[in-house]
Design a protein around this ligand. Structure first.
Ligand code: G6P
Ligand code: ZN
Length: 542
């Protein structure tokens, strides 16, 4: 067999965002579009001789894309591709396989929590040898290559059967098709006390895991039902479908409303959780109680030592800047490092590699640890279950005890979606323009003590990242943050993150919106969201 070079490209705009290149599926299916971006990856990483992991969340176009990438990898001299059977791999499982096999990197086919299907979104993300998302230097090199290439290489040979386990040769390149679940399930079994969780479940503890017709179904069925003994059917929407069954696979109260409502009912199970398209996000609920991602991070960090994988204690906690400061309180109490990074899991990589953080989390429903280099939805679920089993407490009692010990940081995120880009930028510009003059002034009855555009200097590699979100801090620790989403594919999404710390236990049961009212008013007064956009209510509140 031979390979050919197809003259095509370059395409403008092949610039990886917060998490890889994410576009409408139709854009990726346009002639040569996927191929040119993949060629840019291969050029940026110097593909000859490399070992790569390949898989994705099962969304529409994933199988075709995997077949094309295999043929291109062969033509570009890649030595071996380790492929999840059927082209399936959750993002954390892909990260684990890269590490387990000492691979040079991996390509993940997913648009994460964005809807899939012909009219939905698709994405391609490159991860590096530590198993984590490519850092800025690598994504910049991919982007640069995408701007100058004049074609791509692809093998004439057909791709092998994606479903048949084992090794085959494609134009001299080894294609190794592996079970997507097995290695990951074994890793989880090493980290957590499966017998204790199984005993809790056998003792009548009930749970519901909503896989949202996305990639975690097979993982959750194997781990929660087969290995831990949850009743068959505890995992719902368990079969990955190309269009996610029409669902928007984003585990938050809005998009996982079915689970949310069941958990709010007195007849609900003891524990509920959902994951997103590619399995890296999670939402956790108890009966009658929703755990914010920021609180979840703090609770997991405070109790991680109860799980065998973390019994020696944790070395540090990292959170993205817009994530609440609840985790900082835990780090302080434990006497360990706390890090505040820009939004995007890739910023945790250096801290994890350097052993300066063990547990990381983001308000965007992401939590994870140094077991892989991605956030990990099922990992978070299992750590929660391990903690519940070890303490014998329910989610509500555990959270209440956590707040009593550390105080409660009331927190919410308001999203304004699909805004005309100019309107969203006007809101940002209005606030940005005032930042320097804000300290000392008041807004919404609150006194401002600091305001800036967040910049981050990585303490490990020294790299500096600027323009990561506007933050306004008030006396007493309340704050709001305003930033534009880096993952949307339609117009602009404005995110307003609101936070109000409270140490008075008598106020812990107050409605979040009530506690946040002054800081919501302050944000409106300073940024004028309603004035610029005409929107008086956010589209999504998490
Ligand atoms: C992806 C990344 C996360 C990040 C999130 C933020 O899920 O993996 O690390 O927190 O996007 O998205 P945003 O839309 O707020 O830029
Ligand atoms: Zn995801």
């Amino acid at each position: 067999m031979t390979s050919m070079t197809v003259t095509a490209g370059p395409f403008a705009g092949q610039k990886p965002g917060t998490s890889g290149l994410r576009k409408k599926t139709a854009q990726f299916r346009a002639p040569h579009y996927l191929e040119c971006f993949v060629q840019a990856i291969f050029e940026a990483i110097d593909a000859p001789g490399k070992v790569l992991v390949l898989g994705g969340d099962g969304r529409f176009f994933g199988r075709e894309a995997a077949a094309v990438i295999l043929r291109m990898a062969a033509a570009n001299g890649v030595a071996r591709v380790i492929l999840g059977q059927g082209g399936l791999l959750s993002t954390p499982a892909a990260s684990h396989l890269i590490r387990l096999n000492g691979a040079d990197g991996g390509i993940i086919l997913s648009a994460s929590h964005n809807p899939g299907g012909e009219t939905g979104d698709f994405g391609v993300k490159y991860n590096i040898a530590n198993g984590g998302p490519a850092p800025e230097a690598v994504t910049a090199a991919i982007h640069a290559a995408s701007e100058t290439l004049t074609g791509y290489r692809i093998s004439d040979a057909p791709a092998p059967d994606l479903d048949r386990l084992g090794e085959t040769l494609l134009d001299g390149m080894v294609v190794q098709v592996v079970d997507p679940v097995l290695d990951y399930a074994e890793l989880m079994e090493r980290l957590f006390d499966f017998p204790a969780i199984a005993r809790m479940i056998a003792g009548g503890f009930t749970l519901r895991f909503d896989a949202m017709c996305a990639v975690t179904g097979p993982y959750a069925v194997e781990i929660l039902e087969r290995r831990l003994g949850a009743a068959p059917g505890s995992v719902v929407n368990a079969v990955p479908l190309p269009d996610f069954g029409g669902m928007h696979p984003d585990p938050n109260p809005t998009w996982a409303s079915d689970l949310y409502e069941r958990m709010m009912s007195p007849e609900g199970p003891d524990f509920g959780a959902a994951s997103d398209g590619d399995g890296d996000r999670n939402m956790v609920l108890g009966r009658g109680i929703y755990v914010t991602p920021s609180d979840s991070l703090a609770v997991l960090a405070a109790h991680a030592h109860l799980a065998p994988g973390y019994s020696g204690g944790i070395k540090g906690i990292a959170r993205s800047m817009p994530t609440s400061t609840a985790a900082d309180r835990v780090a302080e109490a434990l006497g360990i490092e706390a890090h505040e990074t820009p939004t995007g899991w890739k910023f945790f990589g250096t801290l994890l590699d350097a052993g300066r953080a063990t547990i990381c989390g983001e308000e965007s429903f992401g939590t994870g640890s140094d077991h892989v280099r991605e956030k990990d939805g099922l990992w978070a679920v299992l750590l929660w279950l391990n903690i519940l089993a070890a303490t014998g407490q329910g989610v509500d009692a555990l959270l209440a005890a956590h707040w009593r010990r550390f105080g409660r940081v009331f927190y919410s995120r308001h999203d304004y979606e699909a805004l005309p880009v100019a309107q969203a930028e006007a809101v940002m510009a209005e606030l940005r323009g005032q930042l320097d003059s804000l300290p000392g002034r008041s807004a919404g009855g609150l006194r401002i003590v600091a305001a800036d555009d967040f910049a981050y200097a990585d303490p490990v590699d020294g790299s500096v990242t600027t323009g990561q979100g506007l933050r306004v801090l008030f006396e007493g620790g309340a704050r709001f943050v305003l930033r534009l989403s880096g993952t949307g594919t339609e117009g602009a999404t404005l995110r307003l993150y609101l936070e109000w710390p409270c140490n008075d236990p008598d106020q812990f049961e107050t409605e979040t919106r009530t506690m946040l009212a002054p800081v919501i008013a302050a944000a409106e007064a300073l940024a004028g969201i309603a004035r610029h956009t005409g929107r008086t209510e956010p589209d999504v509140i998490t």
